[in-house]
Design a protein around this ligand. Sequence first.
Ligand SMILES: *[C@@H]1O[C@H](CO)[C@@H](O)[C@H](O)[C@H]1NC(C)=O
Ligand SMILES: *[C@@H]1O[C@H](CO)[C@@H](O)[C@H](O)[C@H]1NC(C)=O
Ligand SMILES: [Zn+2]
Length: 638
Amino acid sequence: MRFSTTASAAFLAGSVVAHPHAYPPLNGLSKRKLDLNSFRLETETEYSDTAATDSTPIVALVKRETYLETATALVQKTVPGAEFRVADDHYVGTNGIAHVNLKQTVHGLDIDNADFNVNVAADGSVFSFGNSFYTGAIPAENPLTKRDQIDPVAALKGASSVLDLSITATAAVAKPEESLEHYVIEGSQGALSAPKARLQYILTPENTLALVWRVETDVGSDWLLTYVDAADSSKIHAAVNYVAEASYTVYPWETNDPSKGSRVTESNPANTASSPLGWHNDGTTTYTVTHGNNGIAQANYAGDTAYLSDYRPSGGSTNDYLFGLNLANTNPQTYSNASVTQLFYTANLYHDLLYQLGFTSAAGNFQTSVNGGGGKGGDEVILNAQDGAGTDNADFATPVDGQKPRMRMFIWDYTTPKRDCAFDAGVIIHEYTHGVSNRLTGGPANSNCLSVLEAGGMGEGWGDFMAIAIHLKTSDKRTTNYPLGDWIYGNPAGIRQYLYSTSLTTNPLTYAKVNGVSEVHAIGTTWATILYELLWNIIDKKGITATRFPVLDAKGAPTDGRFYTMKIVIDAMALQPCSPTFVSGRDAILDADKNLSGGANACAIWTAFAKRGVGSGAKRGTGNSGRTASNVIPTGVC
Ligand SMILES: *[C@@H]1O[C@H](CO)[C@@H](O)[C@H](O)[C@H]1NC(C)=O
Ligand SMILES: *[C@@H]1O[C@H](CO)[C@@H](O)[C@H](O)[C@H]1NC(C)=O
Ligand SMILES: [Zn+2]
């Protein structure tokens, strides 16, 4: 927007109608009546922070060859005699600190809630650690020798019966997997994937060990790990739900800003296919604040980099973020709870939509845990609401895959009272899209592909395009014009030079007019205008739906025009070369369509580009005035 790009990209350059909605639940599977909260695990963990570790070094700091040796030595010293294993997810963070997770075992079986995590500094010393290892008596009897426990199928039946999961396992069979006492249960009905069972221990609230079957079942609305007593299938020690129950009071996804509708409370808006852990679990930890696998959101009044210590609203044990909002208040800090909640909600939903459109973990998206989907983890988005580092803008910094990007949302003072751009979804989408285009163009490991002036302009244009395409309504027509940032700027014309429009009178921008323009947002407005033309050409062919997520055909192509256009625009980002131009960007969109539907929309694409001067004779030329425009559509495509 006035928004610039590292790849740090800002939103802006130099320069009310209410319609409440009710949304159907996702995926049809309704929530069960039973309250799973009563089955939450109770585990106490101690954390010895870096200051404590410095003052009382537990390992005599004999510097070890590798960080794994340091971690192992620390555990042996802290819990002498404990049996444990090193989890295979250890890594060295970008800050140089190595993270090692260790799990306590008994007779070779995991104690599922007995964990030790060791953070090792670059010099080999222990930086800090956390510990929930069990120190009581170890059962002498080895259950693998004695073998009097119930079988895995009986455990599944017990979990289903107590938790009302509606899974039938009458003809089910447990097949052993490679690891000790791990089974896949085949032949059951009612779960989305084959249930699994592992023989383990858990540490009970009474600080005793219980031998259990950890039964894993995914029934869509709840993806559970249920700890069934290995001696009695009707006894459930605990249940962990990977699908976070959560609710948020927010301007819903379809409402761009406070001038377009009212706030509602939504329950479980996460798309379970895009965010299988929900929005408050990062694969290791379940949070009860605005932190999860896709982002960590806070109010950064100081505008500094110490986001971890910033204020984050708490949703309590049930993750309910139901905060009041009074935008008439002159001090935005009074509504930071609602602001951070809104930013967290909008960024997570956009993650979920982008995942469906192909911006997956393998493609370099932003997630702490990749959930086995490929690509690098550890890079959820740092989402700073009310960031004090600036005003009247927003920005997004995109480092390479595996490093956390940062979105900063500033307070805008064009109006009285001031406005908080976390409530303008278009600003959030614009900024987040900088991350998408930077990761996809030239590959996730290269964030330097949109720094050439014209490519940087395209980067701005994609953000505007996505913001507007997402907010298009089924009642809109190709004659509908859209402003960007009208609410936040306090001006119905929005923050760009022209409205987005298919009218050459309302918006006369063309390729020829890019000559001599050296401001990325101005260049981007032309690129987004072309994409807006394309959007309507494809909607005219394929229609428009009101759903939040696309319906995909067998080839993964969205069946409606609005999502189809978003999909080929995003697919083209990964196809185009590093430092793309309007011409190579057009060709990549044509190629994306060729691949997705055999080129069925070539005419619609050429018509849009040719109308605005990027027809078949268009040439980039050299310098910032070397562009040759063309209105020609190649023969035979229409
Ligand atoms: C945010 O919410 C918490 C919990 O309801 C409340 O204690 C706190 O005062 C709120 N912060 C502001 C600035 O209103
Ligand atoms: C798209 O590309 C994939 C990978 O090469 C290929 O399998 C598929 O057939 C292509 N689709 C079309 C319509 O060309
Ligand atoms: Zn921008």
